[in-house]
Design a protein around this ligand. Sequence first.
Ligand code: ATP
Ligand code: MG
Length: 407
Amino acid sequence: MFNKESNIIVGLEIGTSKVCCIIAELDDKGVSTIIGIGQSRSNGVRKSEIIDQDRTIEDVSIAINEAEQMSDVEVKNVYFAVTGGHIKAFTCNGFHPIHAASKVITQADVDEVIRNAKTVNIPAGDMIIHSIRQHFIVDQKGDIINPIDMLGTKLEVNILIVHGSQSRIRTPIRLLKNQLQIEVANVVFSGLASSLAVLNKEQKEIGTLVIDLGAGTTDYVVTVDGLVKHCGVIAVGGDHITNDLAQGLKLPIGQAEQLKIKFGVAIPPNNIQDKFVVIENDLGLKAKTINLEHLYLIMALRIEEILELIRQDLQETGIIDSLRGGIVLCGGGARIPRIVELTERIFQLPAMIGSPVAIGGICSALKQPEFVTAIGLIKFASIFKREPVARYSLTDYIRNIFGTFVK
Ligand SMILES: Nc1ncnc2c1ncn2[C@@H]1O[C@H](COP(=O)(O)OP(=O)(O)OP(=O)(O)O)[C@@H](O)[C@H]1O
Ligand SMILES: [Mg+2]
């Protein structure tokens, strides 16, 4: 095994249901090809946060070893996905008067207005994960992509701040370093990584919502005019559906999960009365008869709740009207039969299941909706490596992301 660090990038997601590690190689043109994949069940995570460090380290080791074996590369540092109910986003505004007598806006003015916008108060104990620049405003005229060399007396900029709990973000980073000697090169909000993986250039321009339906959380990101405009996390995912089924149908969690995968559907079918399935009991107790009508209704209620919460948030911010590109679903929850139809019904917009765009390599990874976040990390890393300090070259979506470097 060798360590060709400079052109190797590694994405790691420690999700609630699985740990996923993807290794890619960057060529001279900055094109990445997946050369290794590793996966393991995740046993130490609840609601996307680590609750059992030892089990998490075991799971991460399995996933990383598998990816290392496949690629013949030793993992030294990773781009790391973070999510959880503690992650929030808000937009803030920076203001800067143009002092020069000529009133020509310079790079220094742009630097200053961005610096002003970024001096925001986030809750105590939180850290900024991303500050994502939006359009500039010159003398009340908005939607300006590049203000340099324009004339004006007042320059403003909006910045989307994505922040989250420092301790929750740093805990896995410390764990990786102390237990596995793996450095985190950069943390990336999972939803952002997923949106990078599944959206093409046109979708980013015309306005698209990406929903990543995970096991512990549901992340969502809205991209319009090539810029990330809004994002959020609903602290509810597939595990909650399983829990509801376990409670409602009085089953152990394992059986509820199996039933969900086998019979689950987002929209209850017609003529569901009097449909039953019999489940054998692993512990030797009497077999149990399940009324499928109950299963369908319990499941539909939870999925509708998750999608409705996102819809309400986008309605309140008004951004729902910008979604001309519709909705792209990913994460394991995108496998739920008829989820596309339900999403279309709730949002009154076209929806589809996303798969990674413009990335090559091992095809099996590209077909799994669960792998989208880790693949997005590879995309983030390849652009970040190519242009680590590019900030105002404005057409490219990712160039507007200043990932906060965390050690
Ligand atoms: N066919 C299916 N029907 C219903 N649910 C499914 C299906 N396939 C997968 N899931 C659910 O998808 C979830 C796993 O998705 P994913 O791998 O994206 O989550 P994760 O990344 O581990 O979690 P998170 O990002 O929330 O921490 C599980 O809750 C699983 O039950
Ligand atoms: Mg996930």
